[in-house]
Design a binder for this molecule. Sequence first.
Ligand SMILES: [Zn+2]
Length: 399
Amino acid sequence: MVNIYSSALNQSIQIDRIIGAVKGNQPGPCLIFIGGIHGNEPAGVFALYQVIKSLKSQRTKISGAVYALAGNLKALEQSKRFIREDLNRMWDEDKIKGLKNGAFDASHNDQVEQKELFDLISDIQKTENGPFYFFDLHTTSSRSIPFLTVNDTLLNRAFTRSYPVPKILGVEEFLEGPLLSYLNEKGFVSFGFESGQHDTLEAIENHVAFIYLSLFFTASLKNNLISLDLFYSKLEAASAFKTSFFEIYHRHEIKIDDTFIMIPGYSNFQAIRKGDVLAISNKCDIKASRSSLMFMPLYQDQGDDGFFFIRKIPYLFMWLSALFRKWHFDWILRFLPGVSWHKTDKDTLIVNKKIAFLMVRQLLHLMGYRNKRLDKYHLIIKSRETASKRNAYKNEIWY
Ligand SMILES: [Zn+2]
C-alpha cells in the first residue's frame, strides 16, 4: 500500500496497484482505467477511488467488469512524474520483449512498476471476456479544457465521438512508447483523457464525469441508474470545440542538455500568432514559426515535450479517410513515388525520404498509416487498422 496525497482535496488515501474493481452479474464489457501513470497526476487516482467506492456502496448494478489501476505507485507517493524513466514512454516492442523474458532491471523502479502493470493487464485479459476498453487518465501542467488523446483508428474514432470534448488524433507519431499506443497496436479501443490542470478540484471532477460517461457509453451502466446527464453537461460546459478532431503537426522536443522555460500564461488550444515568443531555450527565444493552436505547453520540470502545435482536421478529410480505410484503398499507395511494401509485414510501408514527402505523408495519414519509426534514410510506417479487433466490438451499441 502507498499513501497518496491530493492538494486539491487536502486528503490522503492508501492504495494498491488495483485501486478497486467491480464485477457485474450480467455479462458485458471489461473496462480498464489507469490513473497516475505519471506520478504528479493524482487526480485520476482520486477520481477512480471515489467512483469505485460509490459504485460499491450504492450497489450499482453494472454489466461486465470495471478495473481501476494505479500507474506509477512510487512516483505517485513522491508526487513526481517518474523516478528514473517516464513510465508512459516505455511501452515499445523491445522493452515489452524484455518484460516477457524477465530481462528487466529489478533496481529500476519504473521498470518494476511497468512489469507489475504489464502482468496485471495480461492477467485481466486472460480472466475476462471483453470486449476490452482501456482509459488512461491524465492531467496537464498548463491550464486546459478537458480533451481526449486518441490513436487514429476507426474504432477509436467511432467510440470517442460520443464524448463532448475535443479529440486529438495522432499523438502516437510524436511520442515514443506510450502505454496506449501499445494497447492500440493490440487492436483494442484505448485512449487518454486529460481532465485539466494538475492538482485542481476541477480535474478530479472532470475525471469522475468521464469515468461515469465511459461506463455508460460502453453499456456497462444503464442511464436510469445514475444521473448521467449531469456528467455529460459537466464535460460539455467545461469544453470548447466539443465535436472537433484535431491533429498534432509539430512537437518541440527538449533535448537532454537543453534548458527550457515556457513563457508563462499559455494554455491548451490557445491561438498563437507567428512570431509570438513561446519559450526560452538555451538563452534563446523560441518564436512561433507560424500561426497555430498551442497544445500541452510544459510548465513543470520533468518531461521532454516542450509544447505542440495542433490544427483542426476538416470534416471532409475525416469522412474521406474513413471511407478509404473501410474500402481498403491501400493498394494504390505502392504506386506513389518512394513508397514500397515491407518485405514481411503486410501492414507496413517503407517510405524513401529522399523521394517521397509531404503530399505522400498526407495520403498515408488518409489511409490510417500513422505510426512511424525512423531509420537513417527511410520512414517505416505501419497501418493502425490491420490489428483492430473489429469483430470484438461489432455488437457494441456505438459501433
Ligand atoms: Zn500525464
